[in-house]
Design a protein around this ligand. Structure first.
Ligand code: NAD
Ligand code: USQ
Length: 402
């Protein structure tokens, strides 16, 4: 297949682009590298030393003989996006190119607005570009499990049958997201569903859980292909952060009592799920939703797993309970269904099998690059625009230097 990977220089996108290229698909990356700019502005950097995109693509070409095309530009620029799509002529477009951090979107008004403009406008542009180019081209869009929030009933895969006053209907599952970032994903979902209905587009919304790990077969082939591993308070996701903290002997930063439960998956399963969605496209006019995660854990369960695995590696790991900077249910029911990707052939990698190698091992290897001042959470959901005073991590450009 010809597959365009929007956001292909990012964490999920880079792993996906290489994986699809390695499986024989013809791949193009579309990215404006704004994520590298945000890191710079915030004074943070990935634990792993990622190379510039030109070096990455050259290394891949030299190693495998496979060419991944690059279209450098902003998906919120419609003329750029539509011409890139017409030039490459993809069968499928995988859309990762969004601002994806909840804390970033909660820094202040400016960051909330820029997150929603970047994400909602980019996706809207893509819908119009698809209609203009070829409505048969399949859109595989990265959504998030956080669109649903934490309701006191089971979470279904996208839709729920509701009976009301004697009548029944199959309706989009209610959305109760927990940040302006997560809200941007809900707005995207609504726009995509509407475009499928009116223009007959075909789309799959992958409501992905929290991704962990950095090692995929392709990214591990050579140092120049290494993927990013974020551990700072803005872009670091919880398990990656805990592993970096364990590697440095810093107490694990559990927010609140750590009873928040979420769906998680290994990055090796992210790439496989995307491939499965590409190979089994939605029907014309169909807006399909898959819940993309493999296991669910509470934050405290994760902390205990990291402490136990770290202990086996000779690391002394303590757990710290910090006041939760986010507004989220301290304790809640969580049972989210996730069978559609398994039905298509996903064979999950489980956390208990990968934690040592893929996560703590990498964190220990690059331990000298860890800046412990990036661990403390400074962005507080309750502060509105006052997070600009909360610390250098919250300001742009950052005064924080390493
Ligand atoms: P990332 O920040 O590492 O990568 C995103 C990439 O998109 C970056 O390379 C960035 O430069 C690019 N980008 C952003 N806006 C763009 C624009 N306007 N034009 C062109 N390129 C742009 O993020 P990630 O962790 O790889 O996440 C990718 C997608 O997956 C996001 O949509 C995110 O919401 C979703 N997701 C991620 C996770 C996770 O745990 N990382 C979990 C669930 C869903
Ligand atoms: N948490 C801690 N300690 C930390 C960091 C986080 O206890 O040091 C807690 C948070 O309070 C939250 C949970 O861990 O309850 C998950 O936080 P996270 O930062 O790992 O993940 P989140 O903000 O939800 O966002 C990440 C990605 C986002 C994606 C989402 C999937 O950054 O792009 O959409 O995971 S989901 O959570 O399913 O919505």
């Amino acid at each position: 297949m010809k597959i365009a990977v929007l956001g292909g220089d990012g964490y999920c996108g880079w792993a996906t682009a290489l994986y699809l290229s390695n499986r024989g698909h013809s791949v193009a990356i579309v990215d404006n590298f704004v994520r590298r700019l945000w890191d710079h502005q915030l004074g943070v950097q990935t634990l792993t030393p990622i190379r510039p995109i030109a070096d990455r693509l050259k290394a891949w070409q030299e190693l495998t003989g496979k060419n991944v095309e690059l279209f450098a530009g902003d998906v919120t620029d419609y003329d750029f996006l539509s011409s890139a799509i017409r030039d490459f002529e993809p069968d499928t477009i995988v859309h990762f190119a969004e601002q994806r951090s909840a804390p970033y979107s909660m820094i202040d008004r400016k960051h909330a607005v820029s997150t929603q403009v970047n994400n909602v406008v980019g996706t809207l542009n893509l819908l119009f570009a698809l209609r203009e180019y070829d409505s048969n081209c399949h859109l595989v869009k990265l959504g998030t499990m956080g669109e649903y929030g934490t309701p006191n009933i089971d979470i279904e895969e996208g839709y729920i049958t509701i009976e009301h006053k004697g009548r029944k209907d199959l309706l989009p599952y209610p959305k109760q997201p927990g940040s302006f970032y997560h809200l941007s994903k809900v707005h995207d979902s609504h726009n995509i569903m509407f475009a499928c209905k009116i223009w007959g587009l075909r789309a799959t919304d992958l409501n992905q859980g929290v991704v962990y790990g950095t090692v995929t077969e392709e990214a591990a082939m050579e140092e120049a292909l290494i993927n990013r591993f974020d551990y700072d308070e803005i872009f670091g996701t919880v398990l990656n952060r805990f592993c970096a903290q364990a590697a440095l002997g810093h107490p694990l930063t559990v927010y609140g009592k750590g009873e928040q439960t979420r769906g998680f998956l290994d990055i090796r399963d992210t790439v496989r799920c995307v491939e499965l969605a590409c190979l089994n496209p939605a029907a014309s006019g169909e807006f399909r939703v898959f819940n993309q995660f493999t296991e669910q854990f509470s934050v405290l369960q994760l902390a205990h797993m990291v402490a136990a695995a770290g202990g086996q590696m000779g690391l002394k790991v303590e757990v710290d309970f910090l006041p939760n900077p986010r507004v989220e249910a301290p304790e809640h029911y969580y049972n989210a269904h996730h069978s559609k990707l398994i039905d298509l052939g996903l064979a999950p990698h489980y956390l208990s099998e990968s934690l040592l190698d893929s996560l703590i091992g990498i964190a220990v290897r690059y331990r000298d690059r860890i800046d412990p001042t990036l661990f403390a959470p400074r962005v507080n959901w309750r502060n509105g625009s006052n997070n600009r005073q909360a610390g250098p991590a919250a300001d742009v450009p950052a005064s924080r230097t390493r």
